[in-house]
Design a protein around this ligand. Structure first.
Ligand SMILES: Nc1nc2c(ncn2[C@@H]2O[C@H](COP(=O)(O)OP(=O)(O)OP(=O)(O)O)[C@@H](O)[C@H]2O)c(=O)[nH]1
Ligand SMILES: [Mg+2]
Length: 171
């Protein structure tokens, strides 16, 4: 198997661990009752010739300084937001932009996931792209999808994105 590393970051409660559970254990693993991640966890799933290692880093304030370290050298940075929480999206926007100025993360493809699209008022992919000023992030591939771990919506698209970006090669 060919190994690839993906790092999941974003604020607490956005749904990073829920996404990891969905990817690794399938759609029926969703739980409303989640324990916040302390530090980080790693889980992997295999698909075709790939073994995708998912580095799931805690989103509480005290863990955010660790994000950069875990994102270094990965194939894809996944930034998860709760698309129904406008306050959190504004805070996350600042955190995302300040993370990506790190020289060590230059050029690594970014996948922004607006999770919880099952909730009323959740921002669409277009709305998130605009509110989070994703078009201003240059010199890297930037994609944004609207997903739901709860309803298993667009999870297949996320998996396909990973498989299409097996290795980020520094130019
Ligand atoms: N409605 C809805 N709730 C979700 C979805 N995904 C996750 N949640 C809920 O959001 C809450 C937080 O989920 P977690 O996966 O623990 O969030 P996290 O990003 O890992 O949080 P930290 O580990 O603290 O950084 C839990 O109550 C989940 O059930 C979703 O797609 N829809
Ligand atoms: Mg977590």
């Amino acid at each position: 198997k060919q190994d690839m590393d993906v790092c999941l970051v974003g604020r607490h409660g956005a749904g990073k661990t829920s996404l990891v559970n969905t990817l690794v254990h399938g759609p029926y693993s969703f739980s409303e009752d989640m324990i916040p991640t302390v530090g980080f966890n790693m889980k992997a799933f295999t698909k075709g010739k790939f073994r995708v290692r998912l580095w799931d880093v805690g989103g509480q304030a005290r863990f955010r300084s660790m994000w950069e370290r875990y994102c270094r050298g990965v194939s894809v940075i996944v930034f998860v937001v709760d698309a129904a929480d406008l306050y959190a999206i504004h805070a996350a926007t600042l955190e995302l932009h300040s993370l990506l100025v790190c020289k060590s993360l230059q050029g690594i493809p970014l996948l922004v996931l607006g999770n919880k699209n099952d909730l009323p008022g959740a921002l669409s992919q277009q709305e998130l792209t605009s509110v989070m000023e994703l078009s201003s992030l240059s010199k890297r591939e930037v994609y944004c999808y609207s997903i739901s771990c709860k309803n298993h919506s667009n999870i297949d698209v996320v998996i396909q994105f990973f498989l299409n970006h097996p290795k980020f090669i520094i130019q």
